[in-house]
Write a protein that binds this ligand. Structure first.
Ligand code: HEC
Ligand code: HEC
Length: 188
């Protein structure tokens, strides 16, 4: 009786591990789902691009954009671009790097999640751009109204960034798995 219980726990456990492995594999390889003969053809699943693919797409967008800025890389974003509201004094190159590393990689999205497909970056038509503006305001509030007032913290304190919360996801996880390896320390 007792060995039966142990066995079934093992079986259920490995089934879960298998399902997890299969899920990861399906994200990495965009393989069409085979449909059984006679059955209705399976609708091709839209597989989201991998973070590596997204990095490549953003690098191409950044390269194309930087070409149009030659000689003005260090001028303020507020004068180089048309519709910058919250980072007017940041040098243009630093601003574009922030778009790529924080806004893009930080959320695992392409530039076109927030900007138009035709490269019109000034437009405010995409919902995620409007959300992102509010996220920047929220970060500034967190830094100025709350973190700055926690006097016991070490100096210099890191400023709040998109990566701090998002860590490569648009929707945030609220729980953590039990660690299986030591949690790495923050780089100073
Ligand atoms: C999560 C949303 C988001 C993503 C992803 C994003 N951006 Fe932005 N982008 C914004 C917001 C918000 C602003 C306005 C910032 C401000 O007002 O300070 C902006 C402004 C810009 C501007 C200024 C446009 C103008 O004329 O006013 C450029 C250029 C730009 N982004 C390029 C990029 C590039 C290139 C990428 C990808 C590498 C990218 N963005 C990814 C949200 C995003
Ligand atoms: C203090 C934590 C925190 C920080 C910092 C933060 N966010 Fe968020 N963000 C959230 C939460 C919480 C949500 C809602 C998540 C959800 O819907 O699951 C969210 C949602 C979003 C969404 C909507 C995603 C969707 O698909 O609905 C965008 C876009 C976004 N954030 C962009 C940004 C950007 C850009 C930055 C940096 C400028 C940023 N966030 C910084 C907490 C944060």
């Amino acid at each position: 009786m007792r060995s039966w219980v142990v066995m079934s726990v093992l079986v259920v456990g490995s089934a879960v591990a298998c399902a997890r492995g299969a899920k990861e594999a399906s994200v990495q390889e965009a393989r069409p789902v085979a449909s059984a003969e006679g059955a209705a053809p399976a609708r091709p699943r839209r597989i989201p691009p991998t973070p590596m693919k997204l990095d490549t797409l953003r690098r191409e967008a950044v390269a194309a954009l930087m070409k149009t800025l030659e000689g003005r890389e260090n001028e303020p974003a507020g004068t180089v671009f048309k519709n910058v509201k919250l980072h007017k004094t940041m040098p243009a190159k630093e601003f574009v790097t922030m778009m790529d590393e924080q806004f893009g990689r930080g959320l695992s999205v392409n530039c076109t999640s927030c900007h138009m497909d035709n490269g019109d970056y000034a437009s405010d038509a995409r919902k995620d751009k409007i959300i992102a503006l509010q996220m920047v305001r929220m970060q500034r509030d967190i830094d100025a109204k709350y973190i700055a007032k926690v006097k016991e913290l070490d100096d210099p304190r890191p400023k709040t960034t998109c990566v701090m919360c998002h860590r490569g996801a648009t929707h945030l996880t609220t729980e953590m798995d039990v660690p299986t390896a030591p949690v790495p320390l923050r780089k100073r």
